[in-house]
Write a protein that binds this ligand. Structure first.
Ligand SMILES: [Zn+2]
Length: 105
């Protein structure tokens, strides 16, 4: 397994997870629930991590993540369910997991 993505915001990691699963790449969480047991551990050590199960998928996963997370011209979208702003790369609302509503642009 290889680490593909980590971020202090678990919702961003969750969206990366969704993007990769939709691409057919098997990924697993690590530290998903660490934030509930911080204690003596520094916050950095409790960031959720996303790992690619099959090393052969790593290069493709890197490409998918980097392209999904770097769309400077894509507008953010507002969740129709909870009105949170979401990055254009994400297909699900980070807050309530509602699917992105397709709109003409
Ligand atoms: Zn929402």
């Amino acid at each position: 397994m290889k680490l593909i993505y980590t971020h202090e915001n678990r919702f961003l990691v969750g969206n990366a997870h969704n993007i990769l699963e939709q691409a057919g790449i098997r990924v697993v969480w690590k530290n998903e629930f660490a934030s509930s047991a911080i204690g003596e551990i520094s916050p950095f050590d409790t960031w959720p991590e996303l790992w690619v199960v099959d090393d052969a998928d790593y290069d493709q996963a890197t490409t998918i993540i980097s392209s999904a997370l770097s769309k400077p011209n894509a507008p953010e979208w507002v969740c129709k369910s909870c009105a949170e702003n979401n990055d254009a790369a994400f297909e699900l609302c980070w807050n309530c997991q509602t699917e992105k509503m397709e709109t003409a642009q």
